[in-house]
Design a protein. Sequence first.
Length: 321
Amino acid sequence: MNIKNLIRIAVSLVIIVALFLHLDLRILLQKTLQLDIRLFLLSVGILIIQIFFLSLRWQECLNAGGRNSISFKTSFLMNIAGCFANMFFVASIGGIVAKSVLAVRHGVSLMHAIFATIFDRFLTLLALVIFSATATPFLLSVIDKNLMFLLTIIMGVFLLSIFLFFIVIKAGVARNYILSSRRRSRIAAKARIFLKNKSMIIKTLFHSLMAQTAFFMSVYILALGVDPQNANNIVFFALLPILALVASLPISYGGWGVREGAFVFGLSLIGFSMENAFMLSMQVGLASIVAPFVIGLPFLLRDDLKEFLIGSKSKHERFQG
């Protein structure tokens, strides 16, 4: 295990221990014993819907340009494998690598798999920024003005960067520089496949928004079992995209610790106790682990699982393009 992974584990442990020192363990234990299994299972079911939309998005990314014909079933299995990889490896990079490797093994070119992975991750971030920007007006009454200004600037810069990037690509400003290198030309050609496919962009953005909506609904269902009074609040929904953005920072073990810290700080602004916010965050993390196992278990028992993992293309065919 390298130093970066050890640092991520340390970050998770330090934050969780620091939170524990400020929690009333008696209340936390009481909340744990009051876990509503029905709501938890419903939350897991909604997370399975999220995986469904993420699989549709991944399929669109892999099949962009028309050279590949990856089925939904294969895309779905790749996403399940990515979820498992996120659990067994220290950072979300495990899931990214797993999905990319499986894409290559199933006939997608290496460069296309890399672009598909980057575009896939970018869409998740874009969906969260869109939801965060939409929710910002509802947070004016609970978030410090300076913090709100900072969040607004960050989201504005991100969205402006996307707009300018598309303008530059469409205008061909860097055309001569790109064409001066065969490698840059190949990268640019692959980028155009994604950036100029309007139908694919619309579909994948829709799938991203639906996937994040499913995640937010899953958190809401869990919150009903923890603190229903504060959960039934528009500001609660407005906070979720920002909390999800913070939790997605790749600085801890699978988001553990960072997510708990974000939930405790953010939800305290709308009346959640530290114990309730911490318990909700832990339930979100646990549900995110259970969901892929529930839906992936039948495939783990498949006789042809090995064939799926190995793929059907030769090494030479896989690395063409």
